[in-house]
Design a protein around this ligand. Sequence first.
Ligand SMILES: Cc1cc2nc3c(=O)[nH]c(=O)nc-3n(C[C@H](O)[C@H](O)[C@H](O)COP(=O)(O)OP(=O)(O)OC[C@H]3O[C@@H](n4cnc5c(N)ncnc54)[C@H](O)[C@@H]3O)c2cc1C
Length: 395
Amino acid sequence: MEKPGGVLIAGAGPVGFITALGLARAGIPVTVIEAEEKINDSPRAAVYFPVTLEFLERLGIVDEAHAIGVQNDKLQIRYRDADEAYVLSPSVLRGDTRYPYQLHFGQNELAELVHRRLAGIPETEVRFNTRLVAIAQDSGGVTATARTPRGDAELRCDWLIGCDGGRSGVRKALNLSFDGHTWPERFVATNVRYDHFDRYGLGLANFFSHPVRWAVVAVVSRTGLWRVTYNEDGDCSDEEAIRRVPQRYAELFPDLGRYELVAVSPYRVHERISEKLRVGRVLLAGDAAHVCNPCGGMGLTTGLMDAQALIDALGAVIHGKAHESVLDFYADERRRVFLEVTTPAATEYRRLLGEKDPERRRRDRENLRHVTSHPEIMRQNMLSLFGTRGRPMLQ
Ligand SMILES: Cc1cc2nc3c(=O)[nH]c(=O)nc-3n(C[C@H](O)[C@H](O)[C@H](O)COP(=O)(O)OP(=O)(O)OC[C@H]3O[C@@H](n4cnc5c(N)ncnc54)[C@H](O)[C@@H]3O)c2cc1C
C-alpha cells in the first residue's frame, strides 16, 4: 500500500487545487489525484469577486491572477425586451476591500496557475489519470482505491477531501443523498471570439434578460474571448444544442456578422446539496458538496469559500490546535451558507434573467432603478451577499 501523506484530495478542479495549495502552504503533506489526464479546460466559471480576490491574496497568488485576468467593475443588467439597462458596480465597496472590482479569467487558468505553484512545494504531489473508485476508513485514517492505467492502487492517508465535482465518487462512496432539484431547462455555455458586443449595448459582464431567450455575456480573457451562456429547451440533446448555436446566437444578437465559435458545453443544471459534508475522516468541498445554477457566478465562489474554511479548520486539527469537532462546524456552516445564502441568491439571479411575468419584470426594473441610483443600498446588498473581510456571509 502506498502512503501518499497527510491529506489526499480527489479532484484537480479549482477547489481541489486551491485547498491543496492552502494546506501545503501550512506545511501539510498533500496529494491530489485527478481522474482525467489533464486539467478540464471546457467553458465553465470565469468571474472572481472581491471576496475571492482577498482569498487569492492570502494564498499568495493574487498578483498572478491580476496578470492573466481582465479587471471589471461593472455588471450590467440589460433588458432585451425593454431596451433598458442598469449597472451594478462593486466600486461601491471601495472602503471595504482592496479589490472593489472583479477579475475575469477561466477556472482552468486558475487551476493551471495553482498547479505550477504546487510543483515548487515539498511533500506535495499531483497525479493525473488516477480515479478514486472506493474508500474505507478506520479510526487512524482512510484507504482510497484509485484506478490508474497501470492498475488499481491503494492510497493510505490521514484525511480525504472529495473535491471531485457534481458527480462526486467520494460522495457516492459515502452513500450520501444529494438533495434539491434539477432545473427543467438546459444551459449552454459557449466560448466565442467576437469584437463588437458593444453594438448590443453590452459591457464586460452582462445579464441579457428576456422572458424567452436570456443570456449571460462576459469577457473571459484579454485575447478577446467571451463567454455567452443561454437557456435551451429541457429535452434538447447535446448534439441538437450544439447544432442550434447559430440559431440561438441570431435570436440573441440580430445581424451579428462574423464570429468564431471556440467551444460549446450544453449541460443540465441543479440546485443540490449533500446531506453531510463530513463523515469521519472524509470531507466534501466545492461541487462535490453542493451545486447551483451559474447565473450569478456563485458556484465557484462558494466552492472557493469552502476551501478557505476547510484549510483553516483541517489545518488547525492537523497541527493539534483545534479539536476534530471544528470539522463538524465546517460541515454545518457550509451547508447553512449554501441553503440560506448561495442557492437563494443564484435562484433569484436566474429568475431576474428570465422572468416571464410582465408585471414582475416591470417591478424588477423599478427596483434596479432604485438600487442603482442609491450607492449605499447597492453596497449593503453586495456586502450582505458576498461579504468582505470582517463581514462573512458567503465566506
Ligand atoms: C458547463 C459549465 C458552466 C459553468 N459555468 C459557471 C459559471 O459561469 N459560473 C460559476 O460560478 N460556475 C459555473 N459552473 C460551475 C463551476 O464550474 C463549478 O462550481 C466549479 O467547477 C466547481 O469546482 P470544483 O473544483 O468543485 O469541481 P470541478 O471543477 O468539477 O472539478 C472536479 C474534478 O474532479 C475530477 N474527478 C471527478 N471524479 C473523480 C474521481 N473519482 N477521482 C479523481 N478525480 C475525479 C474531475 O475530472 C474534475 O477535474 C459551470 C459548470 C459547468 C459544467
